[in-house]
Design a protein around this ligand. Structure first.
Ligand code: 5AD
Ligand code: SF4
Length: 446
């Protein structure tokens, strides 16, 4: 008898978009085995947590989730396990710490998960499938996932060879590997045929796509994706500044579906810190690339990531980061206090800055950026923005005669906008006149 008949899977996801994509694939592989999907952990027979280990906080979140679901084992037989980056990092140690777990699947095991869960149920032994002996191959898809969204992710490369000194990714995701162009294009065509309007190409280091395997370049891949009929928008994330070449800068001008937005993590404004981070560029190079991007596409929106309080970061280094924020005027940023990671080279670096000081720096940096985020939003009040409508806003029906929708501009800003009650914009790119700007969103009228 089919083991998965009448079984229900619950999967929760922590971390980045790559994990969101992987969880979708895991869901799909269980569905193909006849398993049902539930969004209630207490109703499930199988519970999987897809984990992240980029910072200590993400690891703590995973342990606290697993602590909470333990009690579900009291009333019925339920298999609980982990996959993803923390699973890869900790391996069997997670089971030693939480002996009620039934299986651990590393990042290369995502397509084997139905097998792993079945093995856990049929034997006494708790499978731990980690390591990089079997490099991951994206299988050719037999069918689209059951619910295709307006905006979908497609992973085009996995892993990272850069070894930034603070980063756990090269250890938990392994060496960089790019998917074959045909397989990516087929997947996107299938998503578009089933209702997707926007595709975000994903990779830890997305703009080095194809460099190592000698297939086509990332700019060429964008050209091929741009030709897909019915697709309206292309985005990509995350790019490394050192791999941002002129061909990609030109791509923003050449390919009409490529949205004018780039997420280009800089991490710090100090060359000394960047060197210790092993980032392989200087601030001068970064600024030059931003200038080129803005010259090529005047309205391009630029977002970035920052790590605050990296080992031996002085007040002077930190002030250089603040100067960079003033100089570039980013549309938005993500910023994090440095979190030492197992295996990462910086683990051995001296770190003199107190936690209190690091938190204060983070606060100052975010406060400064808040001004620029608002300024950038205010700058587009009064303009008309092409907006891809993704769904009804939280408010939905507006004063009983209008409807309020939510979507994003091509520059990736969230817009809530109203239309007459009978208009259905979902999946369409519509013209929205921006009337109001807030810190994290815009508001307008169709
Ligand atoms: N500590 C804090 N932030 C980190 N990031 C990566 N590793 C660490 C770490 N050890 C941040 C970087 C990266 C983003 C995804 O997470 O800014 O761009
Ligand atoms: Fe980590 Fe650096 Fe690779 Fe990004 S480029 S995943 S920060 S090692």
């Amino acid at each position: 008898m089919n083991y998965y008949k009448n079984k229900r899977l619950y999967i929760d996801t922590l971390g980045c978009q790559m994990n969101v994509y992987d969880s979708d694939k895991i869901r799909q592989s269980f569905e193909e085995c006849g398993c049902e999907i539930t969004d209630s952990a207490s109703e499930a027979d199988i519970i999987i947590l897809n984990t992240c280990s980029i910072r200590e906080k993400a690891c703590q979140k995973a342990f606290s989730f697993l602590g909470r679901v333990k009690k579900l084992k009291r009333n019925k037989k339920v298999a609980i396990g982990v996959c993803g980056c923390l699973a890869e990092q900790e391996g069997r140690k997670i089971i030693e710490r939480m002996p009620y777990l039934d299986f651990v699947a590393g990042v290369n095991a995502i397509y084997r998960m139905p097998e792993i869960v079945k093995k856990a149920a049929e034997t006494k032994y708790r499978p731990v499938d980690t390591g990089f002996d079997n490099p991951i191959e994206e299988p050719l898809l037999r069918s689209p996932k059951s619910k295709v969204d307006i905006s979908e992710f497609v992973t085009i490369m996995r892993g990272c060879d850069n070894f930034c000194s603070y980063c756990v990714v090269p250890y938990v995701r392994g060496r960089e590997i790019s998917r074959k162009p045909e397989s990516i294009i087929n997947e996107i065509k299938m998503l578009v045929a089933n209702g997707a309007s926007e595709i975000t190409l994903l990779g830890q280091n997305v703009n080095s796509y194809g460099k190592k395997n000698g297939t086509i370049t990332f700019a060429k891949l964008i050209e091929l994706v741009n030709e897909i009929e019915g697709l309206k928008r292309i985005r990509f994330t995350t790019s490394h500044p050192k791999d941002l070449g002129d061909d990609l800068i030109e791509a923003f001008k050449k390919f009409d579906k490529l949205c004018p937005h780039i997420h280009l993590p800089v991490q710090s404004g100090s060359d000394a810190v960047l060197k210790r981070m092993n980032r392989q560029y200087k601030i001068k190079d970064y600024i030059e690339k931003i200038e080129k991007l803005r010259k090529s596409v005047s309205n391009i929106s630029i977002t970035s990531d920052f790590i605050v309080g990296f080992c031996q970061e002085t007040e002077e280094d930190f002030n250089m980061t603040l100067d960079l924020i003033k100089n570039i005027e980013f549309d938005g940023i993500f910023a994090f206090v440095y979190s030492p990671r197992p295996n990462a080279a910086s683990r051995k670096f001296k770190d003199m800055t107190s936690e209190k000081e690091k938190k204060e720096r983070l606060y100052r940096l975010l406060k400064l950026q808040e001004y620029y985020t608002k300024k950038k939003n205010k700058d587009i009040v009064g303009t008309i923005q092409k907006t891809l409508a993704e769904g009804l806003s939280k408010r939905g029906l507006f004063k009983n005669e209008k409807k309020e929708w939510t979507g994003r501009t091509d520059t990736n800003k969230i817009v809530n906008f109203i239309t007459s009650k009978d208009y259905e914009p979902i999946g369409k790119i519509v013209n929205v006149k921006i009337e109001k700007a807030f810190s994290h969103s815009l508001w307008g009228i169709l």
